[in-house]
Ligand binder design. Structure first.
Ligand code: AMP
Length: 327
């Protein structure tokens, strides 16, 4: 994840929830993509403070740093080294076809694309393959990047020998949570988010403004839940009442005001334990720094081992001492 500040509930349902579920099954590596944060704007705010804030969200949500190292991309030099090598394995045309890039250019009204933004998936391939990632739990927007990673891994293996696994994408059920404004994706840059750390009163204000079915103007108008953002949130955070809400909305018995109040309460309850844990970590910043430091050491050792293999496979290894032959 890029350290763009506090995480929103789309990050949670699209990726973080999966990370936590996979902790028992795999050795997870959780990367703070601080270089990637620079690809769409240099105006990133304080990257270190944002990174620490994000780690607090991860820990509060249930990431266990003993099992799964958390670390910053910028602190492991091998990411940039492997990125450079991978740049030789993919064409500019392939990267220009990336649908996620096209979407960002449209959503952020970009006139030009910087080289680093075009190369975003190549750096991501290095992030994944340095740790020989087999399963990549991401939201839908990142799935095309994992596809590019697979192509790069295959190209490397066929050119230099089998070094990398071919990783798989692992999507959650809510791989693309819509924003409060009804846009397809909840995203900080679109300003349509609910944060994991939002207190109940902020959730209430935000959900009150959420876009619903435009045809349901008055309370008793029959609604179409499948086009309503709030209904999508109910599906995730209030599955037990979903049939009742659908029936009430469609018949006109349930109005948007009551439906939103119910949704607010369910979201607030769902994230209450995380808000409590967040308060603990906010009061113990040294503990958070220590966790990051330890994660970076573990990641560095892993990355160095993979890079030694890569260099060796590419005949870029260290000089071996030459033993003179006696005549
Ligand atoms: P990013 O902020 O782009 O670094 O995204 C971090 C992770 O969260 C990626 O796996 C994204 O696919 C996922 N993600 C971000 N926004 C959403 C969303 N609205 N719905 C589902 N997943 C998301």
């Amino acid at each position: 994840m890029r350290p763009t500040g506090k995480l929103h509930i789309g990050h949670y349902v699209g990726a973080l929830e999966n990370w936590i579920a996979l902790q028992g099954e795999f050795e997870n590596f959780h990367l703070i993509a601080d270089y990637h944060a620079l690809t769409t704007s240099l105006d990133t705010g304080d990257l270190l403070a944002n990174s620490l804030d994000m780690v607090i969200d991860w820990l509060s949500a249930g990431i266990d740093p003993e099992k799964s190292p958390v670390f910053r991309q910028s602190q492991i030099k091998e990411h940039t080294e492997l990125f450079l090598i991978f740049c030789m394995l993919i064409t500019k045309e392939r990267l220009e076809r990336n649908p996620t890039l096209k979407e960002q250019v449209r959503d952020l009204n970009m006139d030009t694309i910087i080289f680093g933004h075009l190369g975003y998936p190549v750096l991501q391939a290095a992030d994944i393959l340095l740790y020989k990632g087999q399963v990549v739990p991401v939201g839908e927007d990142q799935a095309p990047h994992v596809e590019i990673t697979r192509e790069i891994a295959r190209k490397f293996n066929s050119s230099f020998g089998e070094v990398f696994p071919i990783p798989e994408t692992r999507l959650t059920t809510f791989a693309r949570l819509p924003g409060l404004d009804g846009k397809a994706k909840m995203s900080k840059s679109l300003g349509n988010t609910i944060l994991l750390s939002d207190p109940p009163e902020d959730i209430q204000k935000k959900v009150r403004r959420a876009v619903t079915d435009p045809q349901k103007v008055r309370r008793n108008d029959p609604g179409h839940p499948d086009v309503c953002t709030v209904f999508t949130y109910h599906k995730k955070f209030n599955p037990g009442e979903i049939d009742e809400i659908r029936a009430g909305c469609e018949s006109g018995a349930l109005g948007c005001v009551d439906c939103k109040a119910n949704c607010t309460a369910k979201i607030a309850d769902y994230f209450a334990p995380m808000r409590e844990k967040r308060a603990y970590y906010e009061a113990h910043p040294d503990e958070v720094r220590d966790i990051l430091h330890a994660g970076e050491e573990r990641a560095r050792a892993e990355a160095a081992a993979t890079m030694a293999e890569v260099r060796h496979a590419m005949q870029l290894g260290e000089l071996e001492p030459v033993i003179p032959v006696k005549t």
